[in-house]
Design a protein around this ligand. Structure first.
Ligand code: PEP
Length: 248
């Protein structure tokens, strides 16, 4: 069965609540495509107004982060049940910015993946190599380590519903996109790894996105590749251009 494409915006730390609602309204006619899953991953404070603003559209809302406990004395954190209750469907886990700035390691990310799944959230699990790792020729070794650690003890049926985003760190926010062949090579490698860790059916079902300076100019070529099932989009998700990526 063909995998359904999924285009997700990662708004990062952009958009006040009122700006968020304006952007949703602007994008409404531009992202209206029944053949694609469209997701806006938004800052925590924008979740409630964005869920309200996308009602009746094809857009689903994702969170950019959450904490692994359900409730309690974790000042400043947001839990999975809170996200679910607010209408959130997806959550980004393991973005390179959280791995780097907030020191989230694979052991913690594995807990997040398991907690998200147990709570009914679909993880968008990010992985990707640095420029130095690519130049050393260890891209796939690094990604295998990330995926194996992040998915430790996660069942095949749960992996089938997962979204994995391959995001080379050197391509995020830099304007440097991986070539479609480079992106396809790694996405195919991730699918082969899932087949090795689980089975062919799981590997065929899991959706793998590319992320890293994807935009209206390069989306079509990237999305035409057989193992690229969508995109995780940063900069270009904050403007009308996102509609062109969805329709690419
Ligand atoms: C991202 O942050 O996930 C991302 C891919 O950003 P950009 O599209 O801006 O490179």
């Amino acid at each position: 069965m063909a995998r359904r494409k999924i285009i997700a915006g990662n708004w990062k730390m952009n958009m006040t609540p009122s700006e968020a609602v304006k952007l949703v309204e602007e994008l409404k006619p531009l992202v209206n495509n029944p053949d694609v899953d469209v997701v806006y991953c938004v800052p925590a404070i924008d979740i409630v107004p964005v869920v309200e603003a996308v009602k009746g559209t094809n857009v689903q809302v994702g969170a950019e982060n959450f904490y692994i406990e359900d409730k309690g004395a974790y000042t400043g954190e947001i839990s999975a049940p809170m996200l679910i209750d607010a209408g959130v469907k997806y959550v980004i886990i393991g973005h390179s910015e959280r791995r780097d700035y907030f020191k989230e390691d694979d052991a913690f990310l594995n807990k997040k993946v398991k907690k998200a799944i147990a709570s009914g959230l679909t993880p968008i699990l990010c992985c990707g190599e640095s420029l130095e790792q690519r130049e050393l020729g260890v891209t796939m070794d690094w990604i295998r380590l990330q995926i194996k650690s992040d998915l430790a003890d996660v069942a095949a049926d749960d992996v089938k519903n997962l979204v994995i985003a391959y995001e080379p760190i050197w391509a995020i926010g830099t304007g440097k996109t991986a070539t479609s062949d480079q992106a396809e090579e790694v996405c195919a490698g991730i699918r082969a790894l899932i087949a090795e860790m689980y089975d062919e059916a799981t590997a065929e079902a899991v959706r793998i996105q590319y992320g890293g300076s994807m935009n209206a100019g390069n989306a079509k070529e990237l999305l035409a590749k057989p193992n690229i099932d969508g995109g995780l989009i940063g900069g270009a998700s904050l403007k009308a251009e996102f509609g062109q990526v969805v329709n690419a």
